[in-house]
Design a protein around this ligand. Structure first.
Ligand SMILES: [Zn+2]
Length: 392
């Protein structure tokens, strides 16, 4: 009684026309349920067993897990391949777009629309790659996974890790990498430092306690720490082979004739594999506390968003070697965070590899090169053959 799965083009159109923005600003945040319902219908029609799992306390947000073929456990846990992506997009400013962000438009060999590159299109390609596969032909299961809220706080991947359910042995995340495999990514943290002193008239320093001058001392400490970290931690696979700290926002005081009572500094930190967000936060707090104590200031360090750990899948992992052989490119490293560390923590050996370009992501007039579609589907079919169909 199942219906035929729509054409690739129809699936692409359907995905782009179904908005699923995630945002930390509640007025821009949307449910991803309509998009998951669409995927669930197609996947069920393609023979997959589909589950939609609501995030704890968020009935409007869910992860989708669709599995074709039975579960097999090998000596190292469950076998099989997971093709994964995030079902959400970033918010958009429609007036900056030349094309309708919510309508797939083809022009000059490019498919325009929000989520074409990053990364709703990927689901259509994954379903297309699985088209016609009979469950009984699979020696190991094929799973298609769509997560919630990757763009805001990675709540979907965090919920999967929390649930701790093994999903397979290998995973590919179809994030935009220009068809090149990625096996390493840096972790990302955003931290806010707040110092509180006492304001007073500028004419007499004894009347106040300057938070701004305290922050100057904090910043000096942090820039020295940045040098230390860069000297101690190196990973030559990365284009920027050391951890980075960028002070990107500072605000303090209200007037030149008042001693500054409060000052706030925001930092972006990018972590190499081997560093943990916990260790870096402890190092940050220690330095801020020392400066604040010496000056009698109150201090606070808070996360701007939940940290994303760094990720590393070994170069000799079968999924890395297979992706390198199929693309003809050695696996690379990127300086942005992905869901890979959460998947790695679930026991999945994970590569990031997708048809879009990161330069297109989060930009008005986001597009996917039409010429990337066929090679990506071929690549997915190659991975399905290797990890689900062939004798191990
Ligand atoms: Zn993405």
């Amino acid at each position: 009684m199942s219906r035929p799965v729509p054409s690739l083009r129809q699936m692409l159109e359907g995905l782009i026309a179904t908005p699923s923005v995630s945002s930390s600003q509640p007025d821009r945040d949307q449910s991803n349920r309509p998009l998951l319902e669409l995927l669930a219908t197609w996947l069920a029609d393609a023979g997959f067993a589909v589950e939609i799992l609501a995030l704890p306390g968020r009935p409007d947000k869910a992860n989708l897990i669709a599995t074709l073929g039975g579960g097999v456990r090998g000596p190292n846990g469950p076998e099989g391949l997971v093709l994964a992506g995030h079902a959400d997009t970033v918010p958009f400013d429609g007036h900056l777009w030349r094309h309708d962000p919510l309508r797939l438009t083809e022009e000059g060999g490019r498919l325009y629309g929000l989520g074409t590159s990053d990364m709703k299109s990927f689901f259509a390609l994954a379903i297309e790659a699985a088209r016609g596969l009979a469950p009984e032909a699979l020696r190991r299961p094929l799973t298609i996974l769509a997560t919630a809220d990757e763009e805001s706080a990675m709540h979907g991947a965090r919920a999967l890790l929390e649930a701790g359910r093994p999903l397979g042995r290998y995973a590919l995340i179809g994030e935009p990498t220009g068809l090149r495999p990625v096996r390493l990514n840096k972790g990302v943290m955003g931290e806010a430092i707040r110092l509180v002193g006492r304001s007073g008239h500028a004419s007499d320093p004894s009347l106040g306690l300057s938070a701004l001058e305290g922050m100057h001392a904090v910043l000096t400490e942090l820039l020295a720490w940045r040098e230390e970290l860069a000297a101690q931690h190196r990973h030559s696979a990365f284009a920027i082979p050391y951890p980075t700290i960028n002070p990107g926002y500072i605000h303090g005081g209200d007037n030149a004739n008042r001693i500054c009572g409060e000052c706030e500094l925001h930092l972006d930190l990018r972590l190499l594999p081997g560093l943990t967000p916990e260790a870096l936060r402890a190092g940050l707090e220690r330095r801020v506390a020392a400066v604040a104590a010496a000056r009698g200031l109150q201090w606070e360090v808070t996360a701007l968003f939940p940290s994303i750990p760094p990720a590393e899948t070994p170069a000799d992992s079968a999924i890395v070697e297979a992706a390198e052989a199929l693309t003809g490119h050695p696996a690379e490293a990127v300086n942005f965070g992905t869901e890979a560390p959460f998947f790695n923590a679930l026991g999945l050996e994970t590569i990031v590899l997708g048809p879009g370009d990161i330069a297109q992501a989060h930009q008005p007039d986001e597009y996917l090169e039409a010429a990337r579609i066929a090679p990506m589907i071929e690549l997915l079919r190659g991975l399905i053959r290797r990890f689900c169909l062939d004798a191990a």
